[in-house]
Design a protein around this ligand. Structure first.
Ligand code: ZN
Length: 231
């Protein structure tokens, strides 16, 4: 048997018995995860490890390129996961997490070879905005630097898509939602966070304010004085 596949038995024999109280609580009372993380499917990016999360802590959605398609009437797995996390589970923090050396972002930078992967090619069109931002805004970048810029701008693009989802837009308008854009540098073991005020990524540092992409703040465009409403 594949050595990795065989490790499932140590979950049954060692891991589960060692956390039986936690699993019992989660099984009897259900889950109430503290955040949703949308990360790349890359095997080197492990959301639970990065967050030091226990079972029940983190709702996770992973796909090639940490992509969130913009809201549409067409059904989709990411859209359904976002909607369930926010509307049913009451998640109030969503993290879009990209990373260095991302194969999906390399394919966005150079689509050569995608002919044999029509689904991947179609999926990566959701990163077109990032590619265009870099092509026009960073025309002098090449190679690794260009891929890194596309990867960072892709996090921004997917957060923008996230805001088109009704459940997220409504929670933001009520001032009950924070959106986070993270980038894992798997060479340095460092996490960068998008600061919505500056529009730039800065390292997450213990003891310092957490950079947040979209901070919670009530915003209702249709508020107007009562006297005007009566007229
Ligand atoms: Zn990736």
């Amino acid at each position: 048997m594949n050595e990795l596949i065989g490790r499932v038995f140590s979950f049954e024999k060692i891991v589960f018995p060692g956390s039986s109280d936690l699993y019992s609580k989660l099984a009897n009372h259900g889950q109430s995860p503290k955040a949703l993380m949308i990360s790349c499917a890359d095997s080197r990016v492990v959301p639970e490890l990065i967050m030091q999360a226990q079972p029940g802590d983190l709702f996770v959605c992973r796909n090639a390129g940490n992509i969130v398609p913009p809201f549409a009437t067409q059904n989709g797995g990411v859209s359904s996961t976002v909607e369930y996390a926010v509307a049913a589970l009451g998640v109030r923090d969503i993290i879009v997490c990209g990373h260095s050396d991302c194969g999906a972002m390399k394919a966005v930078a150079d689509p050569t070879g995608l002919e044999a992967m029509p689904n991947v090619a179609a999926w990566l069109r959701h990163s077109n905005a990032a590619q265009h931002v870099v092509n026009t805004g960073y025309p002098d970048l090449h190679g690794h630097e260009r891929v890194r810029a596309i990867s960072l701008e892709n996090v921004v693009a997917q957060i923008n898509h996230l805001r088109t989802h009704p459940s997220v837009a409504a929670a933001l308008a009520r001032g009950e939602m924070s959106l986070h854009g993270w980038f894992v540098d798997i060479h340095a073991g460092q996490i960068l966070g998008l600061d919505g005020d500056s529009g730039q990524f800065t390292p997450l540092r213990e003891g310092q304010p957490l950079p947040i992409a979209v901070t919670p703040g009530e915003r209702r465009a249709a508020y107007f004085p009562v006297s005007e409403a009566a007229e």
